[in-house]
Every structure is written in C-alpha cells, then in structure tokens.
Design a protein around this ligand. Structure first.
Ligand code: FEO
Length: 133
C-alpha cells in the first residue's frame, strides 16, 4: 500500500530518505492491520510513526527556514495540522476509542502523497538553490 515511487522524489537525498522511512513505517502499520496484530503491538508501530513524523517535520522546517522559503508559514501550518490529527488518533487508539482501520491508512497515504507532490516538491528548488549558492 505504501510503495515508494520515484515520482515522489524532491531531489534532496536526506528528505527522500526520510520520506521513504515514513512510507516504510506506515507499511508496517498496514501489515500489522492485515495480520490482525494485537493492539499493543500496533500502538508501538504507531508511536514510532508519530515520533518519526515529528523528527521529519522539524528537519524539513529547518531546511525551509534556512533557505528563506516564502511559503514556510503555510507549509508549517499543514505539518501542525497533521501532527494534531495523528496525536489525536494515537490518544484515541490508546484509550480504545478507535481501532486502526483501512480508512485511516488510506487517509495517511493520500495525505503523504498529496503533501510530498503538492508541497514538498515546491520548497525543494529553494533549498537546492541555497545549497548550490
Ligand atoms: Fe515532508 Fe512537508 O513534509
């Protein structure tokens, strides 16, 4: 479900590596859901995903700021919104209010692909221009 496609590349090796890691962890969640893995184990994978999302967003935001990317505030707002959503989901899962569903994974996949192709690929030229300067 979370297969990497080279069309997702932003042409920044560190970012592509992080995006691939996000896809890998999300695929682990998908596999766990298909296998009907116990919720405790699924929660641990989700915890790793949430933690890695935080690491990735922080790294990417530092790059955008260093490159004086003009759309940084709007991009950060999107990161903050997704962070809020996944934290809420994590809390609901821990409290047993929700279980991991295919709908959630589809939402995550759509968000990642749309965000990478629609937003991350827009800042990349600014970051690459700064690196080349
Ligand atoms: Fe790679 Fe803006 O998240």
């Amino acid at each position: 479900m979370f297969d990497w496609n080279d069309s997702y590349s932003v042409n920044i090796a560190s970012i592509d590596g992080q995006h691939k890691n996000l896809f890998r962890i999300a695929e682990e969640l998908h596999a766990a859901m298909l296998k009907g893995t116990a919720q405790a184990s699924t929660s641990k994978i989700l915890d790793r995903l949430v933690q890695y999302v935080g690491v990735h967003f922080a790294y990417e935001e530092r790059l955008m700021q260093a490159a004086h990317y003009p759309a940084f505030p709007a991009h950060k707002a999107m990161h903050d919104e997704l962070t809020k959503q996944v934290l809420q989901f994590q809390e609901d899962l821990q409290k047993g209010k929700h279980s991991l569903t295919i709908n959630l994974l589809q939402f995550l996949k759509k968000w990642l692909v749309n965000h990478i192709e629609g937003e991350d690929q827009k800042y990349a030229p600014f970051v690459n221009a700064k690196t080349a300067a």
